[in-house]
Design a protein around this ligand. Structure first.
Ligand SMILES: *Cc1c(COP(=O)(O)O)cnc(C)c1O
Length: 474
């Protein structure tokens, strides 16, 4: 027996003692930086790993060979545990507003505004001139009302929250009429029927998937009806034999029956986006002038701001929203409000938006500019990836993302990586390499090639050098 067991026992004994390690000069320094408990936990984890290693392999692991090596391992662990789970990445997926990558990037104006309210006190709920308590939505209310022509507004954490709040305040315990063609699922468990249930309303579906008429809505109105709701089918499109009732006609019907007309507009562009090569979107201002009483939309889709839900409309209805207990639970924090206001102020001069909103800047870049970037990449990169991958420039199409404008495709160029026959390198291994960078590079795999859509490129010098570095570590 015995020889092996005796050796293993000796190995366990040879492990540095916890207490002695904690008194080591360098470990004391680490404790000052990271805190006693955290250092102790990490050290204890390492010693446990070492014991496991001895049990399985009857020898000391490399990192425990000397106290110096153990301290090195401890330092590495501590550094690793400090790494942020939200690093910057390069989004070259071909989807600009990528929900999984944080949707819209903010303008410099918004970033500055957020930093300020983080650093210093700010009159979030205080009216400076009057010297009395104010309301947190009010400051932004002014610019939002100017831009949309609304009487009043209410701001919450996202558009899903906005829809929940509108329905809970206006129609809890009553019926809401919606066309069957508009029972949208957005993803992430946001479905109109589910939100209705959550808000305590009864959904009354009218019409069919492809066709709904004004008479369908009219026939569904009862004494229990609290509202008619329109949902912008932003993430799909029904084509062919279709018919939907526009807001103007519904507004007339609602007025006759003294019912509010509410609208979930989804992506909510505040200006005509066709000037930037995108499709036309219904705007909140158009909805309001067509007679809709409450309109809600997202802050971080086509608006290019922070995650938020914006509701604009009649002041009597907005007052109900503001007084509902859910509003307190769903209200925005000062960082969101500061970013939102700075973003909205840019909309005073829509022509310059494509210089200020990163999303529009990317989507409106010319092919010539992308071609220049691609040529630079082809001049500097293929050698580092040789002989494992062949690089090429291929035409592709960028999509908007976040369920916005599914039919808008913008011409673009991609840098593609094709594995060469002679090397065993797989495309998934390359993908891993890209993702393991300090600033991960995210593209997509298609056709056994790796695609980096250059329309998402930014900080190009750094990007090229990061790419070259990946090539050199293959
Ligand atoms: C995106 C979207 C939502 C959800 O908005 P979030 O801001 O992501 O919460 C709701 N309704 C429609 C029609 C949408 O397009």
């Amino acid at each position: 027996m015995t020889q092996a067991i005796a050796t293993t026992a000796a190995l366990y004994r040879s492990l540095p003692a916890m207490d002695a390690m904690l008194l080591h000069k360098e470990v004391v320094t680490l404790k000052q930086e990271y805190g006693d408990t955290w250092v102790k936990t990490q050290l204890s984890n390492l010693l446990n790993q070492a014991r496991e290693h001895i049990g399985q392999q009857s020898r000391l692991p490399e990192f425990c060979a000397t106290p110096e090596l153990l301290i090195q391992a401890l330092t590495d662990e501590l550094l690793n545990s400090q790494r942020h789970s939200l690093p910057s990445v390069w989004n070259l997926t071909g989807t600009i507003l990528h929900t999984n990558l944080g949707r819209s990037q903010l303008s410099e104006a918004a970033i500055t505004a957020v930093t300020k309210v983080m650093r210093y006190p700010t009159p979030l709920e205080f009216e400076l001139e009057a010297g009395k308590r104010g309301h947190r939505d009010q400051a932004i209310g002014k610019i939002l009302q100017q831009l949309t022509g609304s009487e009043s507004c209410c701001l919450v954490n996202n558009n899903a929250a906005a829809v929940l709040l509108m329905l809970s305040s206006v129609a809890a315990g009553k019926e809401v009429i919606v066309s069957r063609g508009e029972l949208v699922e957005i993803g992430g468990a946001f479905r109109i029927p589910d939100i209705m249930r959550q808000a305590g309303c009864t959904l009354v579906e009218v019409g069919s998937t492809n066709r709904t008429h004004l008479r369908d809505y009219e026939a569904a109105i009862t004494e229990n009806t609290a509202a008619i709701m329109k949902v912008h089918t932003s993430n799909y499109h029904i084509q062919g034999f279709t018919c939907a009732v526009d807001e103007k006609s519904l507004a007339v019907l609602c007025q006759q029956h003294q019912l509010p007309l509410i609208s979930d507009l989804g992506s909510g562009a505040l200006t005509d986006l066709s000037q930037f090569g995108l499709g036309a979107e219904p705007t909140p201002q158009k909805m309001l002038s067509d007679g809709v009483n409450l309109v809600s939309f997202s802050g971080d889709k086509l608006l290019g701001g922070p995650q938020a839900g914006l509701i604009v409309g009649d002041s009597s209805l907005v007052k109900k929203l503001q007084q509902h207990p859910l509003k307190r639970a769903l209200r925005c924090d000062k960082m969101t409000l500061a970013a939102l206001e700075a973003t909205l102020l840019l909309y005073r001069n829509p022509k310059r938006l494509n210089q200020q909103l990163p999303m529009l800047r990317k989507m409106s870049r010319s092919l010539t500019e992308l071609a220049q970037l691609s040529q630079q990449m082809m001049a500097e990169l293929p050698e580092s990836f040789s002989p494992y991958f062949t690089l090429a420039i291929t035409a592709c199409e960028t999509q908007v993302g976040s369920g916005s404008q599914p039919e808008t495709l913008i011409e673009s160029l991609a840098l593609t990586f094709t594995p060469t026959a002679k090397t065993g390198y797989r495309i998934h291994q390359l993908e891993q390499k890209f993702k393991q960078q300090v600033r991960p590079i995210i593209g997509r795999i298609s056709n056994n090639q790796y695609w980096l859509d250059l329309r998402g490129a930014e900080q190009e010098k750094e990007l090229i050098s990061a790419l070259r570095q990946v090539g050199q570590t293959l």
